[in-house]
Ligand binder design. Sequence first.
Ligand code: AOF
Ligand code: ZN
Length: 360
Amino acid sequence: MIHNQIPTDIHFMRRALELASLGQGSVSPNPMVGCVIVHNNRIIGEGWHQKYGSWHAEVNAIQSVKEKDLVLLPDSTVYVTLEPCAHFGKTPPCSDLLITKKVRRVVIANVDTNPLVGGKGIEKLKNAGIEVTTGILEEEGRWLNRRFFTFIEKNRPYIILKWAQTADRFIARSDYNSRWISNDWSRKLVHRWRGEESAIMVGTTTAQYDNPHLNVRDWTGEDPVRIVIDRHLRLSPSLHLFDQTQPTLCYNLKKDEASDYIQYIKCVSESTFLAEMMADLHQRKIQSVIVEGGSKLLQELILSDLWDEVRVFTSDQTFGTGITAPVFGGILIDKISIKKDQLSVFIPVTDSYKQSIYTM
Ligand code: AOF
Ligand code: ZN
């Protein structure tokens, strides 16, 4: 019985995950959640969490069931990518809703590690006599909601490190000029990535020498919050970062000050700087950050184990000398492959980049 169920469970859970992903970009810092209601191998209801603060996936799926099919609910299986909630939040608990509708079975991809829920939803369902199966397409679900899970479990944003390096592993020339490492295609991709995260971060040297805008110009998407580290407030207010076109957070050791777009946040000490910044970002509900350099900041984050994913472009040219690319405990980035929970993407930047495939 259990054996026969698994391919079917995987099939419908895949659909639920597909629905969940439709919430990408509009549900943060909540998770993307999808739900499919199945009776005799026929889908009678579907829904997903569409917008932060609005109805959960399970409610939308139940809502979508046609009047004539409502009688089938007690003999149906509900596939939901995340454990149904057990708390009164912005909406009433979904586990109660499924109990009221007397569904027969609930299949779940991921247990909700949100302390508000954390297994309580499953317990409620089981206590009500509903059969519960967990762990179907668990890895896919954890991957889809990697930003949410990291945010909730580590009390910090999900951190993506991104850089472009030459074949001989330099990310800039000695005068910090980094032009010509990336190309039009990699730039487009980076702009798309910027639109996918809550915030984008750079260190002092990058802010000073590159004078970046840190917005989304070459792709459609919302501009992320800009984060800059400037411990001793050395950066000139005339930099693009401070042009008041996007919210900007400046972490430093000198002052707390807020204006419309720019917020200076004072950290207490040098030794706890990064930890203080991460805690503050968590409190501001910044769920994910893409870090675009420079080498010092990237290396510091790696040494502090404050990273989750690395995306590196490697060009085929050489500089011979310059600012070296970050290293992982002495292992060169082009030598490491996928680590558990820590993922690397290698993207060759060549003229044929258009055709090149990057794997995740
Ligand atoms: C969602 N959508 O479909 C499910 C969620 O603030 P609330 O009341 O919307 O509750 C958010 C929490 O509810 C969220 O962090 C997660 O733990 C749980 N489940 N959330 O936004 C959904 N099923
Ligand atoms: Zn819910």
